[in-house]
Design a protein around this ligand. Structure first.
Ligand code: MG
Length: 373
């Protein structure tokens, strides 16, 4: 079997708001083969930027768009093809958009491997460590304590045993952030874990004091308090407080995660399967984390393609902890794929068992939001 083409489809809602909601557009990656099997992947990044990485013609042996590197290759040789893409894009790549584009292709290649072998992706990756995983509802932080309490309660009542609120309302000073946290804890009680995503909003100089005031209400983790590059600030905070510090959704490749772990001293790593390097690389990142005694909780805030991919990833790594489950309302998050992935009565997500990713695209939804070049 040979790869014959790599197709990208850009989806976009009619109105894009400047909020931290990554489900307002999407890039679907389709890897076609000469045997009629097509793999589905996606990249959660700027779709037109990623498309350019895939479509660009070759400049020379170390600077090529990804399609030219893969046409005529065997799609079953996923790990070797990862190196082919990494090496062939190394002049402009190594991190960022090039690796994100590789991630979407890697997801599609593993979907092909699963479809060819008639096994779910997690089996193709080496087998399931679990059949289901506890999900945390992932949503944006409202602006007021009253709204924050209502948002958290809504997802706790829907059956989630953990809720993460982030960005949005956290763009405020310490007293306001503590008031949001207090209202959420009072609303959901002690049985629901509360995760906080700070969205880069903290000043390193006052972060420890801020975190200690939040700790009174037992946050499960504090995510991304600082710019991803400020590893010193991460280490300073993580060393000082008891609460877990989580980060990693902007990082790409195992080398970046090694720095995050060694220099940032984080307690939880969050590679996004559609950005950090696909299944192939996130499996290696999870291993790196495991060697440091850390859990790996893949970031996921996009369409049902990434939801399925993240469920398989969580099944296939020993040090999984939670599945990030984006509950933000939007058609690309809710409607693009079928069957629908949702929690069971215990707040867990069952890992899909069909061949490959185990989800198919809904053509009507693709047609409705497709951006024609
Ligand atoms: Mg985050």
């Amino acid at each position: 079997m040979l790869i014959t083409d790599i197709e990208t489809i850009i989806l976009r809602l009619p109105v894009v708001e400047m909020i931290a909601d990554g489900t307002q557009d999407g890039l679907i990656v389709l890897v076609h083969t000469d045997e009629g099997i097509t793999g589905i992947g996606e990249v959660d990044a700027s779709p037109e930027v990623i498309r350019a990485v895939i479509d660009a013609p070759a400049s020379h042996a170390l600077s090529s768009g990804l399609r030219e590197l893969l046409i005529g290759q065997d799609p079953m040789c996923v790990r070797r093809l990862w190196d082919t893409m990494y090496r062939g894009s190394i002049f402009f790549g190594r991190r960022g958009p090039a690796v994100m584009a590789m991630s979407g292709i890697d997801i599609a290649l593993w979907d092909i491997v699963g479809k060819v072998t008639n096994r779910p992706v997690h089996e193709a990756l080496g087998g399931a460590y679990r059949k289901k995983i506890r999900a945390y509802a992932s949503t944006l932080m409202p602006d007021t304590p009253k709204e924050a309490a209502a948002e958290a309660s809504r997802w706790a009542e829907a059956g989630f045993r953990a809720v993460k609120l982030g960005w949005g309302g956290f763009a405020i000073a310490c007293d306001g952030g503590v008031a949001l946290m207090r209202a959420i804890r009072e609303a959901v009680g002690d049985k629901v874990d509360i995760l906080l995503d700070i969205g880069f909003n903290w000043e390193p100089s006052s972060a420890i004091e801020y975190a200690r005031r939040l700790e009174e209400y037992h946050p499960f983790w504090i995510e991304e308090p600082f710019w991803p590059d400020d590893k010193t600030a991460y280490a300073h905070l993580a060393d000082a407080i008891d609460t877990r510090v989580a980060a990693g959704e902007e990082e790409t490749t195992r080398w970046a995660f090694r720095e995050l772990i060694d220099q940032g001293h984080v307690d939880v790593v969050q590679p996004d399967v559609s950005r950090a390097g696909g299944f192939t690389e996130v499996q290696r990142i999870a291993e790196l984390a495991a060697m440091a005694g850390l859990p790996c909780v893949p970031h996921a805030w996009s369409t049902g393609i990434l939801k399925a991919a993240t469920a398989h990833m969580n099944a296939a790594i020993p040090n999984a902890l939670f599945m990030e489950f984006c509950v933000w309302k939007g058609p690309l998050n809710d409607e693009l794929t079928e069957p629908r992935i949702w929690i069971d009565g215990n707040g867990d997500v069952e890992i899909p068992t069909g061949p490959g990713l185990g989800v198919t695209l809904r053509d009507d939804v693709v047609d409705r939001y497709r951006v024609h070049a």
